[in-house]
Design a protein around this ligand. Structure first.
Ligand code: SAM
Length: 272
């Protein structure tokens, strides 16, 4: 696989943009769907691994009830700080853990489920991260792990990459491809089979990315990703060419409707 520069979530402005724009547009609706399709959650202890700004942890806190617990873990304190703020109402039902996915700072056999929404593709040692998930699960526990499919299938991000390529910003385009194009489904599935899970099912989820701002939303989306700080550093004329290119592509995607095309994700359902 080709390598691309890492995306950095560990900056305050990235965490803020992520929470303000990407969570309502993408991660909350996808998290709601993931939780609705699995469960039941009442009374469960659930690890939300790579919790980010805690959207899934918040949704879980409402679902696990007074006998359940949520552990929200992330490597970046900037993301966790926002998660803590959002989950304040849940009190002791949500515990926060500043930890990498591998090694995971948690005892073995303590959770009924691990959820990892769009985090696994960023882990430097994915094989060991899958082993860590298995280790912290109780017997018959389940790991739900979602990772985007390629930018060719995740249309709004394909449009951002296409616009960057068109203006010669190939390195930025490759950074943007990083969460999408670097983890084929067979490799994803093999990590969980090799880790020793009893059963591993690969599902494919897709949904239109609903938004009302048309091309303006696509620009807002690009600026809210971890490549946002790099886009803001472009010369004004280059940035303006980027927004023109992206607006054209977004207009074509939405065709006058309130969306920016489909997003498609792989979802692993792995049982211990
Ligand atoms: C795209 S965000 C997903 C956040 C969250 N799951 C959600 O649905 O909004 C990816 C997250 O992975 C975290 N992350 C990246 N590498 C990590 C690692 N090695 N261990 C733990 N978390 C990591 C980042 O800090 C970031 O919060």
């Amino acid at each position: 696989m080709t390598t691309a520069p890492e995306l950095d979530f560990g900056k305050d402005n990235v965490a803020r943009g992520y929470d303000d724009v990407l969570v309502p547009l993408i991660f909350r609706p996808w998290g709601e769907r993931l939780l609705a399709e699995h469960g039941p959650w009442d009374g469960r202890t659930v690890l939300d691994l790579a919790t980010g700004t805690g959207v899934v942890a918040r949704l879980l806190a409402d679902r696990v009830g007074s006998n359940g617990k949520v552990i929200a873990a992330d490597i970046n304190p900037q993301m966790l700080n926002i998660a803590k703020h959002h989950c304040a109402d849940a009190g002791e039902r949500v515990r926060f853990l500043e930890s990498s996915a591998h090694p995971l700072e948690l005892e073995g056999g303590v959770v009924d489920a691990v959820i990892c929404q769009q985090g696994f593709q960023f882990f430097p040692d994915r094989a060991q991260s899958a082993v860590e998930m298995l280790r912290v699960l109780r017997d018959e526990g389940v790991a739900l792990v979602s990772t985007w499919r390629s930018v060719a299938e995740c249309k709004a991000f394909g449009a951002i990459c296409g616009a960057l390529d068109a203006i010669g910003e190939t390195e930025l385009a490759n950074m943007m491809r990083r969460p999408f194009d670097h983890l084929p489904e067979d490799e994803l599935q093999a990590h969980f089979e090799d880790a020793g899970f009893n059963s591993v099912e690969l599902q494919r989820h897709e949904a239109l990315m609903t938004c009302h701002g048309g091309p303006k939303s696509a620009i807002e989306l690009a600026l809210a990703t971890p490549i946002g700080p790099h886009l803001r550093e472009l010369a004004e004329s280059v940035f303006s060419r980027f927004t023109d290119e992206l607006s054209d592509r977004a207009t074509e995607l939405s065709r006058g409707e309130s969306h920016l095309g489909k997003l498609v994700s792989n979802v692993i359902v792995a049982r211990k």
